[in-house]
Write a protein that binds this ligand. Structure first.
Ligand code: PLP
Length: 418
């Protein structure tokens, strides 16, 4: 039956309890049970995001003249992002609603900039590794572009030679991830950057996951005397644009990401400028019209609440949890896919069906993603996982041992998680 609007309004106390009941079957992310979707870094951080969001809940980023506060906050957030990514003086960017929008906007900017400066004959092509996020195909579908996905190397990173071989006269963009979502490994961005420079192509680095984590993980590694992370930021001359999500490892409220460009001219190609309607000129940088002031204020507040030291401490918690998970995988002979150095790790099982173990974990209340070709469980760690990791590893071991003993196979081989 279709629900209709209640005739009379209800009071908040009743609605609040209905909402609380609505969530009882959701994954218990506050207890660290969500290994995807939620980036829990403590109740204090959430409170800051919540309060800041509430203070600007009605304000609209569409109107910078009406809300100079939001304009200033956004510009400071972008400045912070640029400085974290070693961006040159002429670099710029803006906040968006999330990783997908950041990626789509970079594709739009690349398409329009290329049309003007390096036009190609036929459908413009974007060359990406197999592990790139589906947002690139979504963008291509919406914008009349073509995506070519190339197989990965044995270490699950982008195969730069295969991508170079795929570049043709229609190619406008190369993509690498820092890191990719499926395996959490960082693509060889230095080599992709060199290829981009050599062939005059636009390289987009998808750092939706690593953007606000990698600079701090680098400090954790330096402190522990570990080798540095592979370089992937604007210090590499071939990098034209990047997407970095605040609502992932920036720990801010959902609906916040950043898209950055090496050059102001690239950014200009992102902006949509229109004036052929009764209200005159409407100049919008993003796909959205109305932009939630709360998401901007929450991002600004959390960045300032945590500061560099806070983010390094959070990265340290993730680093320790990841190393414990890797040691666990080694002990149980579970192959880890590639060399994950940040927060995501995927692993399989040579002695049993890993997807069956994943299903068992799900039934036991732990929500993780899965990968295919080869099959694996994928875990995306947040600082909030460190204290509960023993519980996860105990359950994982139970499931692995049981599946190995029974030879059971997951009935549901469909690995979609949404
Ligand atoms: C590497 C990567 N890129 C892009 C995205 C898309 O981000 P969003 O879900 O915020 O649109 C994700 C999401 O997990 C991601 O992991």
């Amino acid at each position: 039956m279709r629900k209709s609007l209640p005739e009379a309004g209800q009071d908040w106390a009743a609605l609040e309890s209905t909402l609380a009941d609505a969530g009882v079957r959701d994954v218990r992310w506050r207890d660290g049970r969500a290994m995807v979707y939620v980036f829990h870094s403590g109740e204090d951080v959430m409170q800051v995001a919540h309060d800041a969001y509430g203070m600007f809940i009605a304000e609209n980023g569409l109107g910078p003249a009406a809300f100079p506060s939001l304009k200033r906050m956004e510009s400071e957030v972008v400045d912070i992002a640029l400085s974290l990514q070693q961006a040159p003086a002429d670099a710029t960017g803006c906040m968006t609603s999330g990783g997908t929008e950041s990626i789509l906007l970079a594709m739009k900017a690349c398409r329009d900039w290329s049309q003007r400066h390096r036009p190609v004959l036929g459908t413009p092509k974007v060359v990406v590794p197999y592990s790139a996020h589906p947002a690139f195909n979504k963008g291509a579908h919406l914008m009349g572009l073509e995506v070519q996905r190339l197989p990965l190397q044995g270490d699950f990173t982008a195969d730069v030679q295969a991508m170079a071989d795929a570049v043709d006269a229609r190619t406008i963009m190369l993509v690498g991830s820092a890191p990719c979502f499926p395996y959490g490994v960082i693509d060889p961005i230095r080599d992709l950057g060199a290829l981009a420079v050599e062939r005059g192509l636009w390289l987009h680095v998808d750092a939706c996951v690593g953007g606000y984590l990698s600079p701090f993980m680098a400090e954790v590694r330096a402190g522990a005397g570990l080798p540095p992370l592979p370089a992937w930021d604007f210090s590499l001359p071939g990098v034209s644009s990047m997407s970095l999500d605040l609502h992932k490892y920036g720990y801010t409220a959902k609906g916040a990401s950043t898209v950055l460009y090496r050059d102001r001219a690239f950014y200009s190609a992102q902006v949509f400028d229109f004036d052929d309607w009764p209200c005159g000129r409407m100049n919008t940088p993003t796909f959205a019209g109305t932009r939630p002031g709360g998401a901007i204020a929450a991002a600004w507040a959390v960045l300032h609440y945590l500061g560099r030291a806070g983010y390094v401490a959070k990265a340290g918690a993730i680093h320790r949890a990841r190393e414990r998970l890797r040691a666990f995988c080694a002990r149980l002979d579970l192959p880890v896919y590639g060399e994950p150095l940040l927060s995501i790790l995927a692993f399989g099982d040579r002695q049993g069906d890993i997807l069956a173990a994943g299903q068992g974990l799900y039934k036991a209340g732990w929500f993780s993603s899965r990968v295919q070709n080869p099959d694996g469980i994928q875990v995306m760690l947040s600082p909030g996982h460190e204290p509960v990791l023993d519980g996860y590893l105990d359950e994982l071991e139970r499931q692995i041992v049981a599946v190995r003993a029974s030879g059971g196979r997951a009935q549901d081989r469909d690995i979609r998680y949404s």
